[in-house]
Design a protein around this ligand. Sequence first.
Ligand code: HEM
Length: 170
Amino acid sequence: MFHIDLIVLARAVHVIAGVAWAGATFMLASVIMPIAVRHGAEGAGRWMGLVARRAGMSSMIAALLTVLSGIYLFAALHEQDVSTGGLVLKTGALAAILSIGVGILLGRPAGIELGRLQQTLVPGAPPDQDTQRRIDVLRRRQVLGARLAAGLLGVAVLAMATFRYATAIA
Ligand code: HEM
């Protein structure tokens, strides 16, 4: 079950998917969302919505691959690990999984409602006050979700990068 070839394959999938997931999330939180908020009135919101939807889908796939390969690696190599390094590894894995929870519970519902609202808007005409207020609330929720998810992934990346040496330092 825990064959060395499979472990190597899982490590490769894990690192590639993890990099893609974390990279897309950092880009979304630090570049795409702020532009959508700042230039929403000039029509950037609609375009950014398309970008965010596409990036959201591919990072969801990358997240799934990272977690599945991570669980396999954990079961194969670290199940009995009670060292400081093991604790750092578990903290990182938990942070990454929490980041998915934040995306599902906060970012995704806001994104879906925002997309639905934007489809009801007449191109070129400003939305009425109530709709604009709702759009602002949803955008703020999206930004908060993206920042929280990026922060948690930052913790995960840091933990994955350092856990091997944590026992030596502690
Ligand atoms: C964006 C999130 C993640 C990134 C970027 C990431 C990245 C990495 C990297 C680069 C390593 C290799 C570290 C080394 O060998 O020194 C690693 C190892 C590992 N990761 Fe992750 N990881 C992420 C999330 C997760 C999750 C969610 C889990 C578990 C559910 C997990 C479980 C593991 C395990 C068990 C190892 C050790 C593999 C081994 O000893 O060969 N990781 N991760």
